[in-house]
Write a protein that binds this ligand. Structure first.
Ligand code: GLY
Ligand code: MN
Ligand code: MN
Length: 441
């Protein structure tokens, strides 16, 4: 809780004045009366550590009675029998460090009083129309009292740019959780590699991954696992995972897990039968060289876009060496001739969200990497059978290699190095055969 308290302190200082209102995320309906498993709002969690739905945090810098106010579901033993335990108003103060707490049912009653006398209302405007309307109604309540000498707030400002800049730089506690998410996902990928065999199904790889995620204490996947074999590996966000693994095909797994909200995000590509064909190996070596070049650029002072640039240079030169593209690499880069084979960017921020918050540009330019940032490095080549002019020997080779990199003073720290990317090491690992059933004893 001291970690959250320290963050709130920094957030309050950055706000300086006004009142900031931050609701968490509501339950999402899966179908009829069944809900998706609940996942809190990342921004709300970052400042509160409070994981229940139906809660609102309010921050008032300099408020004499205390700056951190929580609105939560009140204790209700009868409801809790059905829907689970609640911290309640008392718990919000005692366990979550709120200076003051109220029932969420009193939100409309209490909020105008908290806004009263403030010039600025900080709220993530434009995300949810119903919430925008609700916050406006509180401001309108104060406008209606102008004759009583109350000055309503005149500035409506989004606090998320401040918050997201904070979230971009990971603290020691966050890095610890990200390492655990990375370690568990790495183990899951290793298990899935050994589980693969011709005749098995893609969903069985998914099952292996998800089993290890939960077995090792992660809350579950940080996004729907992608397990695509053969032509399916060339679909970037393939998610059916229902095909049979065929002898001679590659399979691409893009899967990560979540630990206390923090994501890992790993991709590996490997041969279903445990042995790369010469064509698969040639393409794989190009992607791996691109990834190494890009990871080497994950150091303080380098522009975010240069990580992508480094990968792209190697990929385009590799496509020429493989004979898939012909011409001058610089020109092929400039004209975008590589795009049928590489159509996405190389990196994104990683943290409480798999595509994490934080701006990618600053002052009109690509922003500079600094210690504490975590980004993925995930170059790929997608040699889909339908691509005009592509020789049949490359057909349906889909490769992406993705690791999670912490930028440090002393260079790139690869959080996901626990699962090898080396093709010889992958073959040796797979040759050892299926793992003995993971025992709970
Ligand atoms: N798994 C989504 C991504 O790699 O960005
Ligand atoms: Mn990614
Ligand atoms: Mn991924």
């Amino acid at each position: 809780m001291s970690v959250f308290a320290a963050r709130r302190q920094r957030f309050l200082e950055a706000l300086g004045q006004g009142v900031a209102i931050l609701p968490t995320r509501p339950h999402a309906v899966r179908s009829h009366d069944v809900e998706h498993p609940y996942r809190f709002d990342s921004d709300f969690w970052y400042l509160t550590g409070f994981g229940e739905p139906d809660a609102v945090a309010v921050f008032v810098p300099g408020r004499a009675e205390g700056s951190f106010i929580l609105f939560v579901s009140p204790r209700d033993p009868e409801r809790e029998v059905w829907t689970g335990r609640r911290a309640g108003v008392e718990g919000a103060v005692a366990r979550f460090g709120a200076d003051e707490a109220h029932s969420i049912e009193d939100l409309d009653k209490v909020l105008p009083d908290l806004i009263r006398g403030q010039q600025r209302v900080w709220f993530p405007w434009g995300r949810d129309a119903a919430w925008d309307q609700r916050v406006r109604s509180w401001v309108d309540t104060l406008r209606g009292k102008a004759r009583m000498g109350i000055t309503p707030p005149s500035e409506m400002v989004d606090p998320l740019p401040i918050l997201h800049e904070m979230r971009l730089f990971k603290e020691a506690a966050e890095i610890g959780l990200m390492r655990r998410a990375a370690d568990i996902a790495a183990e899951a990928h290793l298990s899935a590699m050994r589980a693969a065999a011709p005749g098995a199904h893609e969903y069985q790889l998914q099952a292996t991954l998800e089993y290890v995620f939960r077995l090792r204490g992660s809350q579950g996947p940080s996004y729907h696992p992608i397990c695509g074999s053969g032509a399916n590996a060339c679909i970037l966000h393939y998610n059916e995972n229902d095909a049979v693994l065929r002898d001679g095909d590659l399979v691409l797994i893009d899967a990560g897990c979540e630990v206390e909200g923090y994501a890992s995000d790993i991709t590996r590509a490997f041969p279903v039968n445990g042995k790369f064909s010469p064509a698969q190996r040639a393409a794989y070596d190009v992607v791996l060289a691109a990834q190494h070049a890009a990871i080497a650029r994950c150091v303080p002072g380098i522009a975010f876009d240069d990580v992508h640039g480094a990968a792209l240079d190697v990929l385009v030169e590799g496509l020429v060496d493989l004979g898939i593209l012909a011409g001058d690499p610089a020109e092929l880069k400039a004209t975008g001739a590589f795009r049928p084979y590489y159509m996405h960017r190389t990196s994104h921020w990683l943290g409480l969200d798999v595509h994490d918050v934080g701006s990618y540009r600053q002052g009109g330019a690509s922003r500079t990497l600094k210690p504490g940032m975590v980004l993925t490095v995930e170059p790929g080549l997608y040699l889909a059978a339908g691509t005009p002019g592509l020789d049949a020997r490359w057909h349906d080779i889909g490769i992406r290699i993705e690791d999670d990199i912490l930028v440090t003073e002393t260079g790139p720290d690869n959080l996901t190095a626990g699962v090898t990317t080396d093709p010889d090491a992958i073959e040796a690992w797979m040759a050892a055969g299926p793992e003995p059933a993971l025992s709970l004893r």
